[in-house]
Every structure is written in structure tokens, then in C-alpha cells.
Design a protein around this ligand. Structure first.
Ligand SMILES: Cc1cc2nc3c(=O)[nH]c(=O)nc-3n(C[C@H](O)[C@H](O)[C@H](O)COP(=O)(O)OP(=O)(O)OC[C@H]3O[C@@H](n4cnc5c(N)ncnc54)[C@H](O)[C@@H]3O)c2cc1C
Length: 510
């Protein structure tokens, strides 16, 4: 504890000294600003009529104090502030809807302290999950969870989206390992949301969860403190193939009732591997493959492996060689390699209860057929109750028709999840209309009240999550947004089939 306080004090002195030397990186350059006008899923330029996606300025702070300065200045000028990590999310969370200041957090990429005695790490929020995991690994520690986009996604970005990821089945998600954060509020105050040593704050509301999944609309996460683990003695991926993804479902239902607790369970269908082979990658020829990664002592992992083998093989699964399982694990961060074809891979992402996995899988396959798509289905098991399905398809997302049709696909996939007691993942710009579906009318109203209380000027990432804002300052009503999205799905049904990737797949068959 003392070590932390003195490290912070030294850090503070160093910051003051450094600030005298450096000025915060700021850019008004048009080309650079253009880079900040999109995220993983670029919007076609025609959308500029509705949204001002180009920020007026980009700033790259290096210290929490600089974030505070930016926010205070923006508030005094009533300018929108858009927190941005690596921009790897696809729902527009880090894309401005009415210009303003894009706050690129990737310059805040330092680890502030690894407290080896108390198993706690504190880092600036712009560091990538992989950089943090690698640094911990080098010292014999283990970051229990991270998104599969870990090589580029930032701590603040995944905390902002509140997603599920690698390690979730055993260790939970980012929110489960966060002890404390420093968040810069829209009035410039930097507040601690939890307590680095006391899990539930010791008393009073723990504010961590208020900001986790808030998509950057309540404040900018500047620093994060996580609990960490000693590196497990063994980390062992095991892969099993099935004729079809549906065949894995009985095995999964059995698995969730046993003591076997892999840190991660991921699956991919045949088409996913076909695409990989079509672009020249090493990939198995299987109906579907499930990879479960066990962690623990040698003895416990050996025992779990035996039980897992039994569960999977008695459901018709075939155990694949160790080398293949290790290859799958090494590829866990690169699901969208097929983008090497030079096209966009549009993912839809839904979370559904395990008892509806079969029905949703069937529904997803039907939807893919109706919308004339060729869409591989990949996913993970989020925990003992929930499965995450992520079908994706290839398209040229810069084209207006293709891009709007993609939203239609995501909308219908989301509806399928709702019908089955689940939900699509994330709100961002286009799915803000779902907020009341998630939380109910009163719940959505409460979230708006919280937003208004914290951000009375409405400058922090406006036009997202609780509303779909426009460049004109007015919002698109939720019913209109939902109707529009539904119609985009209808349009996709009428449009000719997207042929991207077919040539490569055809070559494969010869
Ligand atoms: C290959 C690939 C794999 C992926 N795998 C996963 C996965 O396993 N699990 C998953 O959940 N998602 C996944 N994603 C989606 C995405 O990568 C994650 O949501 C990621 O964590 C976003 O991080 P980012 O730094 O890119 O954030 P951005 O895309 O820049 O921002 C995301 C949101 O967070 C807000 N934000 C960013 N930084 C801050 C901050 N410091 N303070 C406050 N708000 C902030 C932004 O305003 C925005 O609303 C994947 C994407 C790709 C391309």
C-alpha cells in the first residue's frame, strides 16, 4: 500500500516535470481527423448527411491530468467529447455524431504499478489488453480475462463496452476483475469508483459497475486497477470436432453441470474454417470445432481433461490432436483473418440462454438463408448460463446498400435473441433504441436521469446508447430507428446475393 502511494507521489512529480517539457498531442489535420470518423465498421459517406462523424479536433493525452484539462476546456466551450480506445468496436461508440473532440486514449499506455504481494495491477486505460497480459506474464502473473481483440483493444474500450471475452467461463469479464478506476467526469472531476484493496468498497455504493458497459457516455476511464492471479501451473487447450454445431449442445449442457471449468470455451463452424483455408491458412476440415482451455495444477487439469474427454466423446465429439488445439488457442485473437481478402467482415453478436442455444442456432441459420448470406457462425460460452453467438459475413461496408443491409442483418439477429430470452450485444449509435427493451421503460428512464445528473450539458459522447443523435442536435426516435433497421433487413432479402469470397471458396472445392 505504502509502495503504491509513494509510486503515485513520484508519478505525480514526474508528471508535473514532464508537462513542463511536453505539450499534449493535438491534431486539427483533416486526414488525421478522418481516421477518427469511423471504427471497425466504417459508415458510408452518404451517412454524413445525418451524422457529423469527423471530429473537429483529436487529442492524445498521456496523463489523467491532461484528460481533465481537455474535459474542462470542452465543457467551457460546450463541445462534445468522444472517448476513443483503438476503435475496434463496430457499433460507432467511438465515432462522433456531431463532431467535437475525439480523445484518443492510446497514448495513456503505461502500467503504473504491479503490486506483487496483494496481486493487484494498476494501469492507464489506453494500454492494450495484450500488452498488460504480456507484462504480467513476464513476472509470473496472469490476467484472468481479456477480449479476443486484445492485441489492439484498450482496457478503457472493453470496460466501456462491458463485453464478454476470453477467460469469461471461469473468471468472469472485465467488470469482475476491476477493483477501482479513476474516471474523469464531464465536469472535469477525477473520481475513484471503487477501492483497490477492498472488493466491495467496504460500504456505500460501488461505482465501478456504473461505468462498466456505459459506452463512454458518463465519463472517461483514465486508470484501472485489477485483481490478478499467479500464473497457473498448466494452461491446456483441448479441441473436439463434431459433425455440426448443434451436436455440441448436449455436451455443453452436461458440461455446465460438472466440476469441469475451462477458462474459455470457443467454437467455430465448418464455413469459418473453409474461409480460412480459402485464404491459404491452416485450418481443419471439420463440421465444427470446439476448443476448451483448462487452467490449474497439473493434477487438476489432468483430472478435468479426462472428464471433458468423456463428456465430449459420449456426445459424438472426436478429440483432435494436441497440436491442432494449440494452434486454435494461438489463433484465438484472430477470428477475422478472412478480412485478408480485402473486404469487411460484418459480425452480429448475441447472448442467449444455454437452453435456447439449439433454437437460436436453427433460427440464425434460417435467417442467414433468408438474407441470402454466406455467414460462418463462431462463438463462445460466456458462463454456465449463457452462450455468445457471432455469425459474420463478408461485404463491402463502404457501399451504402451493403452497409445498411448489414444493419438489417444485425437487427433481425437481435430480434431472434430477444425472442429467445437473450439480447444483442451493445447499443452504440444504431441500437440505442434497444435500451428500453433491455431495462424496461423505467430502467431506461433511470439511466437517462443518471446521465443528466452526471452530464447536464450532454457533452460526454452524445448521441449514443440512450439515444441515436444526429449532427443537427435532434435524436432519431427509437421506434423509427427500429422500423428503419427492420426495413433494411427486408431490403437485404430483395437484393442480389453478395458474392464476396465465393470465388475463393469455389477454388477450394476443386
Ligand atoms: C477481432 C475482434 C475481436 C473482438 N473480440 C471481442 C471480444 O472477445 N469481446 C468483446 O466484448 N468484444 C470484442 N470485440 C469488439 C471490440 O474489440 C471490443 O469491444 C474492444 O474491447 C473495444 O476496445 P477499443 O479500445 O477498440 O474501444 P473503442 O472501439 O475505441 O471504444 C469502444 C467504446 O468504449 C468507449 N471508450 C473507449 N475508451 C474509453 C475510455 N477510456 N473511457 C470511457 N469510454 C471509453 C468508446 O467511447 C466506445 O463507446 C472484438 C473486435 C474485433 C475486431
Amino acid at each position: 500500500m505504502r509502495a503504491y502511494l509513494s509510486a503515485r507521489a513520484e508519478g505525480a512529480h514526474a508528471r508535473v516535470a514532464l508537462k513542463r517539457v511536453f505539450k499534449m498531442e493535438t491534431s486539427n489535420d483533416k486526414l488525421e481527423r478522418r481516421l477518427y470518423s469511423h471504427d471497425l465498421a466504417p459508415l458510408p459517406k452518404e451517412m454524413d448527411v445525418i451524422f457529423k462523424t469527423m471530429p473537429d479536433q483529436v487529442v492524445r493525452p498521456k496523463y489523467t491530468e491532461e484528460v481533465t484539462q481537455v474535459v474542462i476546456k470542452a465543457a467551457s466551450q460546450n463541445k462534445p467529447i468522444v472517448p476513443r480506445g483503438a476503435g475496434t468496436w463496430g457499433l460507432g461508440g467511438s465515432v462522433p455524431v456531431k463532431g467535437g473532440i475525439s480523445v484518443d486514449m492510446t497514448g495513456m499506455n503505461k502500467i503504473l504499478e504491479i503490486d506483487e504481494t496483494n496481486l493487484i495491477v494498476t494501469a492507464q486505460s489506453g494500454i492494450t489488453w495484450k500488452a498488460l497480459a504480456d507484462a504480467l506474464d513476464a513476472k509470473g502473473y496472469f490476467l484472468p480475462c481479456y477480449p479476443s481483440s486484445a492485441p489492439s483493444a484498450t482496457l478503457g474500450g472493453w470496460i466501456g463496452t462491458g463485453g464478454t471475452g476470453i477467460g469469461a467461463y471461469k473468471y468472469g469479464t472485465a467488470g469482475d476483475i476491476v477493483r477501482d478506476m479513476v474516471v474523469v467526469l464531464p465536469n472535469g472531476a477525477a473520481v475513484h469508483t471503487g477501492d483497490r484493496y477492498v472488493p466491495q468498497n467496504g460500504g456505500g455504493p460501488n461505482l465501478n459497475w456504473l461505468f462498466i458497459g456505459s459506452e463512454g457516455i458518463l465519463g472517461i476511464v483514465a486508470e484501472v486497477t485489477f485483481k490478478i492471479l499467479p500464473k497457473p501451473e498448466v494452461l491446456r487447450p483441448l479441441s473436439y470436432s463434431f459433425d455440426h454445431l448443434s451436436k455440441f449442445i448436449p455436451a455443453l449442457k452436461k458440461l455446465t453441470r460438472t466440476e469441469v471449468t475451462p477458462m474459455h470455451i470457443m467454437f467455430s463452424d465448418k464455413l469459418h474454417f473453409d474461409y480460412l483455408r480459402a485464404i491459404g491458412k491452416h485450418a481443419p476440415e471439420v463440421g465444427c470445432m470446439v476448443t476448451c482451455t483448462l487452467t490449474g495444477s497439473m493434477e487438476s487439469v489432468d483430472r478435468e481433461e479426462k472428464l471433458l474427454d468423456d463428456i465430449m466423446t459420449s456426445a459424438g465429439g472426436k478429440k483432435e490432436p494436441k497440436e491442432l488445439a494449440e494452434h486454435e488457442w494461438a489463433e484465438r485473437n484472430y477470428e477475422f483473418r478472412v478480412r485478408e481478402l480485402g473486404v469487411g467482415a460484418i459480425p452480429g453478436e448475441i447472448l442467449v440462454p444455454i437452453d435456447r442455444f439449439g433454437a437460436v442456432l436453427e433460427g440464425t441459420e434460417k435467417l442467414i438463408g433468408q438474407l441470402k448470406l454466406k455467414a460462418p457462425i463462431i462463438g463462445t460460452v460466456a458462463d454456465r448460463n449463457t452462450v455468445m453467438l457471432m455469425p459474420y459475413y463478408l461485404t463491402d461496408e463502404h457501399k451504402l446498400v451493403a452497409s445498411t443491409a448489414a444493419m438489417g442483418f444485425a437487427k433481425r439477429l437481435g430480434d431472434l435473441a430477444f425472442e429467445n430470452g437473450g439480447r444483442p450485444v451493445g447499443l452504440g449509435i444504431f441500437f440505442a433504441g434497444n435500451l428500453a427493451k433491455y431495462r424496461g421503460k423505467e430502467g431506461a428512464a433511470l439511466i437517462r436521469t443518471i446521465k443528466d445528473a452526471i452530464d447536464p450539458q450532454g457533452i460526454m459522447n452524445p448521441g449514443k446508447t440512450i439515444e441515436t443523435g444526429t449532427r443537427f442536435g435532434i435524436s432519431i426516435p427509437a421506434f423509427l430507428m427500429n422500423f428503419g433497421m427492420h426495413m433494411m433487413g427486408s431490403m437485404k432479402r430483395i437484393l442480389p446475393r453478395d458474392k464476396i469470397g465465393e470465388r475463393e471458396l469455389a477454388k477450394l472445392k476443386k
